[in-house]
Design a protein around this ligand. Structure first.
Ligand SMILES: [Zn+2]
Length: 204
């Protein structure tokens, strides 16, 4: 999505944000995107991604940009808590590119009238060898692996979640032709941490 979290495009959207340490956008009470800042705009223009220009994003529902049933449910919960309790929530997340581990925070703050301001801020980056799984190659959708939308760890067959490099090794990915597809979910650690942050230990 716009903050990277949960989108099938999360890796490429943030590739060129290095020169900017944060971006901001806003949604209204109906979850429609009403504002995208210049950091986002300049990124979309540089990246020549017309579907992500300000004009094409503003006015659309944010739910168009969030994929994965669990991820959508959690966002719904977060938005509800921020609005109903009128309190800001800050959640750490990873927005990796194929060659950079990017540690960020997403702040969701209440604005008058049920509007919400969302700010993604870069905390630090770590370079790494190129990871094709996070690149823009067209995936082979017959092979799917689950990636946590928040921490970018990948699920192994024993249901544990590990860094993407370890997962590629453990799962024997790329031993055949093609890049596996990614499905977006959330790992138990991130689920716990986010629910703890918003004060929800069960569905409500
Ligand atoms: Zn996670």
């Amino acid at each position: 999505m716009l903050a990277c979290v949960g989108s099938v495009r999360c890796h490429c959207q943030m590739k060129q944000l290095n020169s900017k340490s944060s971006f901001r956008y806003q949604i209204d009470a109906s979850d429609c995107i009403t504002f995208v800042d210049s950091a986002w705009k300049s990124f979309a223009e540089r990246n020549n991604t017309p579907e992500l220009t300000r004009r094409s994003i503003v006015g659309k529902s944010i739910w168009n940009f969030i994929s994965g049933r669990e991820v959508r449910h959690l966002y719904d919960l977060i938005f509800h808590v921020v609005r109903s309790r009128d309190r800001e929530i800050v959640i750490p997340f990873r927005c990796d590119s194929p060659t950079i581990r990017r540690f960020m925070t997403l702040t969701i703050a209440p604005v008058q009238g049920g509007n919400l301001a969302l700010v993604g801020a870069l905390i630090r980056e770590e370079p790494r060898p190129h990871v094709a799984l996070l690149g823009s190659e067209v995936p082979d959708l017959e092979t799917l692996v689950s990636i946590c939308s928040w921490c970018k760890r990948v699920q192994l067959r024993d249901s544990s979640w590990v860094e993407v490099e370890q997962a590629i090794h453990e799962l024997g990915l790329f031993q055949s032709d093609g890049v596996p597809g990614l499905t977006h979910g959330i790992c138990p650690d991130c689920m716990f941490n986010i629910r703890d942050e918003i004060g929800q230990t069960r569905d409500s």
